[in-house]
Design a binder for this molecule. Structure first.
Ligand code: ADP
Ligand code: MG
Length: 559
């Protein structure tokens, strides 16, 4: 690294703004930190410059056990990023992306598994007087504010050791709990005492106050899991199979499902959902009318359309609520989902149910839709795909559910036995399908993706839930398990990586390409994505990446 950054910046006072670019590269600062200008800023209105602060392992002094495993490194880095973000909060020009309630792998901070060194990456709006360099202010930001913040928040001696440890252990317990699910035949776990409701629809912190009812598992579903740090924890185990959540409106059904939905991610201490987990292969589904569908076999749910189209190879630019949900279900299973979550609030009613009276009135050959109630058992029995369904409005699922949990004033009880008795009385409804036939593996056509990437990348996150991919805007609002707006950037980078590294080669199925992506991201998922572009991003799962790909309007599939 070069030295003398402060003098250099003072020397640039009043120079053309573009001269900032001459500073690109690594600079050693007096304290021993290395400041790297990764990407300059061409003018005062351009996106901020990218700066990395490198803290050598010896200087960070982080005890090796805090960064001994990928999980601990992710947790530790998340903790450090949060501290750094707080330390520079008063400085508008500096922005550290620390994230919210979830502890995600993100680019803003990484800890090396080799030597415990730390890298903090942030955006810096380089200061100017109009189009001239403000060298003094740049010196203050880069040579004083930033190094001081780093020394106060990235160096172990300056940290609250107990708090760091608790953060890391909390995340490690969540991961251990999630990893324990499959071996016990569970798809999810909600700990006794967990706080599920959030402050508001736009504030993901835990609800506070006297009205909050902490979770308490029903006796029949209570299980105990031994965790490395918390010891024995009890809670509700959600078994594999078909699970139904019933109960009156406003009694907490959707809140429970949403907790399971985000149980694929780990949460910060104090969140209330630290010990609410679900299997990694859990996918939330919903209706999404208007979405595009490209060559999905949806005939298990949709057949004999009035226009005669072949629904075993179904495409549309404008799906209905029911066909969109059918397609999303098949796509999720194609991508490897093992658990599906569906809430009546956001599901297409006509894909969920068709009761005896409607069967009597509308003959099957006039109704293209086969409701999920008729294939949901086969999904589990024949394909190993479990479901958790919130359904307070129809009793037809009582017949097919393995478990029925009733929410009553936010308290769950196991009403499976009672539900069986009720379901034993025939309604006159008859099944409309014998089995779920499985999904057809599709092969993405790289030509339909490549053209839009060649030369300069045209993949960018727009706002919180739109990804622009070439000429297309991919609407990700219905991909509800994206927990963080920066994951949209992560999805874009993952897709770009898949294209650039020819994982989508016109022969591999989508699922095989996702396997390759996962393999590449297996140890240190931020690094391969950083080679695409140095930006603030958080790492998504294969399912969110697949969901985005499936929604690109230019995408073509080979089959
Ligand atoms: P449902 O889906 O059964 O209609 P919701 O899950 O939407 O009900 O919950 C209704 C309201 O109750 C929401 O405002 C939610 O935040 C609140 N709520 C949910 N669970 C709890 C709880 N355990 N304690 C206090 N309030 C809760
Ligand atoms: Mg609801």
């Amino acid at each position: 690294p070069r030295t003398g950054l402060a003098a250099e910046l003072r020397g640039l006072e009043g120079a053309q703004y573009g001269r900032y670019k001459s500073l690109t590269g690594r600079w050693e600062l007096p304290g021993g930190l290395v400041l790297e200008l990764v990407r300059g800023q061409s003018d005062p209105y351009a996106p901020p410059a990218r700066v990395a602060v490198h803290v050598p392992g010896g200087q960070a002094g982080l005890p090796a056990e805090l960064w001994a495993t990928p999980t601990r490194r992710r947790a530790l880095a998340s903790y450090l990023a949060r501290g750094a973000a707080r330390a520079v909060r008063g400085e508008k020009a500096l922005r550290v992306d620390a994230g919210g309630q979830e502890v995600l792998e993100r680019s803003s901070c990484t800890v090396s598994g080799d030597d415990g060194s730390v890298v903090l990456r942030l955006g810096v709006a380089l200061p100017g007087h109009g189009r001239r360099i403000d060298g003094r202010e740049a010196e203050r930001l880069l040579c004083q504010v930033l190094p001081r913040a780093a020394e106060r928040t990235l160096v172990y001696a300056a940290l609250d050791a107990g708090q760091v440890r608790r953060f890391v252990e909390t995340v490690e317990d969540s991961v251990a709990l999630r990893d324990a699910l499959a071996g016990r035949g569970l798809v999810g776990f909600v700990a006794d005492g967990a706080v599920l409701p959030r402050r508001s629809g736009v504030d993901d912190r835990p609800a506070a106050g006297g009205g909050v009812v902490p979770f308490a598992a029903p006796e029949e579903l209570r299980v105990t899991v031994e965790l490395p740090h918390a010891g024995a924890v009890t809670g509700m185990g959600v078994p594999e199979g078909v699970n139904l959540v019933v109960g009156g409106g406003f009694h907490g059904k959707s809140t429970l499902l949403r907790a399971l939905e985000t149980g694929i991610w780990d949460h910060v201490p104090g969140d209330g959902r630290e010990l609410v987990v679900s299997r990694n292969e859990t996918v939330k589904l919903r209706a999404e009318d208007g979405r595009r569908v490209e060559r999905v076999d949806v005939h298990a749910f949709v057949d004999h359309l009035p226009d005669g189209s072949d629904t075993s190879d179904f495409s549309t630019e404008n799906a209905s609520g029911s066909t969109s949900q059918a397609a999303s279900l098949c796509e999720a299973v194609e991508a490897g989902a093992r658990v599906l979550l569906i809430d009546e609030d956001t599901a297409a009613t006509n894909l969920m149910i068709r009761d005896a009276r409607m069967q009597a009135l509308v003959a099957k050959d006039r109704e293209p839709l086969t409701p999920l109630v008729d294939t949901i058992r086969s999904l589990h029995r024949d394909h190993g795909v479990s479901t958790v369904l919130v359904m307070g409005g129809s009793g037809d699922y009582l017949e097919v559910a393995d478990r029925v949990v009733m929410m009553d004033a936010y308290r769950p009880s196991d009403v499976t036995e009672r539900a069986r008795q009720i379901a034993a009385v025939p309604t006159g409804r008859h099944a409309e399908a014998e089995a779920f036939p499985g999904v057809v593996a599709r092969v993405p056509d790289p030509a339909s993706l490549d053209a839009e990437v060649r030369g300069r990348s045209r993949i960018r996150a727009r706002g919180e839930d739109v990804l622009s991919f070439g000429d297309h805007e991919v609407d990700l609002r219905a991909v509800e398990q994206l927990a963080d707006p920066r994951q949209v950037t992560g999805v874009g980078l993952a897709l770009e990586l898949m294209v650039r590294r020819s994982m989508l080669d016109g022969r591999r199925t989508l699922s095989e390409a996702l396997d390759l992506l996962e393999e590449m991201l297996a140890d240190g998922p931020t690094w391969p994505l950083l080679t695409v572009r140095d930006e603030d991003f958080a790492v998504p799962r294969r399912f969110e990446t697949a969901a985005a790909l499936n929604r690109i309007r230019g995408l073509r599939m080979l089959r």
